[in-house]
Design a binder for this molecule. Structure first.
Ligand code: NAP
Length: 295
């Protein structure tokens, strides 16, 4: 059984990006610039944004963090957020930007996503990028699915002709991953099944998977009886579960019952250290792509 090391793979890719950036800068180009808007103080979002800013430094990018306050007493005015998005859309010094999700409940996330200029939408969530991705056109690929595909590619895991079962149909993981793996050509050509909460006899479907992807958000949901012997398992889940032995008071748990599933697999991604670091690297690759498009 092979443990697919997303952390090491991500570090190798960041080094490749940093070398490209150094050569760009030596040729007189600007370093790529990623901006992030963070609304409020959600613990998970604070960590994700801090990791993205750190990855920018690792890659030689410039980064900017724009914090907008929102509390129960003084909820953020949508117009303020939209004005910030408009400013970043127009700023020639910013190659790409993200609005960290989730947003407070009173804000319409889809309206926010659609306000971002698709040429700066390095999260790949704008309908223009989603549509271009599903038709196989050049675009910013959604970061987590792109990270998974790259992780498989770098571990010589072929998708062509394989039965891939994805549990979870979110707009940021399940659906775009299905679209990517379905494409004709390298890193595609899979037969893809997407399952969700209304799928009957889920275990009978997941057991048919050569490659099983769990993107559910329920710790330990995929148990050993749901996995075929020799399957490749990709665990996208990252749920914070209380853990008093940790300084933070929590640990990250995947959607796969790792201890019992891993011995059955030919390869598996751990949590943490699997898909998570690859997601951030995909964001860096999209930002580099955005900067190159602006040369
Ligand atoms: P989401 O939007 O909540 O979607 C969860 C999906 O799981 C939905 O499609 C849901 O079905 C399905 N589901 C829930 N219960 C189910 C059940 N009993 N049987 C079958 N399907 C079920 O979640 P998400 O945003 O895709 O995220 C999923 C997990 O991945 C979370 O833990 C998240 O934190 C993690 N994540 C990690 C990364 C990373 O970089 N590592 C990135 C993104 C997300 P319905 O559609 O029918 O409700």
């Amino acid at each position: 059984m092979q443990i697919i090391d997303g952390k090491a793979t991500a570090a190798a890719i960041k080094a490749e990006i940093a070398a490209k950036v150094a050569s760009r800068v030596a040729q007189g180009h600007r370093a790529p610039h990623l901006a992030a808007i963070l609304v409020g103080h959600d613990g998970g979002s604070e960590t994700y944004v801090a990791n993205k800013i750190k990855a920018c430094a690792d890659c030689g990018f410039k980064s900017s963090l724009i914090r907008l306050e929102s509390t129960k007493e003084t909820p953020l005015d949508l117009a303020v957020l939209m004005a910030e998005i408009d400013r970043l859309n127009k700023d020639p010094e910013v190659d790409g930007f993200i609005v960290q999700l989730p947003l407070p409940h009173h804000i319409d996330e889809q309206a926010v996503i659609e306000a971002i200029d698709p040429s700066k939408d390095v999260d790949g969530f704008h309908p223009v990028n989603v549509g271009r991705q599903s038709t196989g056109l050049p675009c910013f690929h959604s970061a987590t699915p792109a990270g998974i595909v790259e992780l498989l590619r770098r571990h010589n895991i072929e998708t062509a002709g394989k039965n891939v079962v994805i549990v979870g149909r979110s707009n940021i993981v399940g659906k775009p991953l299905a679209a990517m793996l379905l494409q004709k050509g390298p890193q595609g050509d899979a037969t893809v099944t997407v399952c969700h909460s209304a799928t009957p006899n889920l275990a009978s479907v997941t057991r048919r998977a050569d490659i099983l992807v769990a993107a559910i958000g329920r710790p330990g949901f995929i148990t050993a009886d749901m996995v075929a012997d020799g399957a490749i398992v990709v665990d996208v889940g990252t749920t914070r579960v209380p853990d008093s032995s940790r300084k933070s008071g929590f640990r990250l748990s995947g959607d796969v019952d790792y201890e019992n599933v891993a011995p059955k697999c030919s390869a598996i991604t751990p949590v943490p250290g699997g898909v998570g670091p690859m997601t951030i690297v995909s964001l860096m690759l999209n930002t580099l792509q955005a900067a190159e498009a602006r040369d």
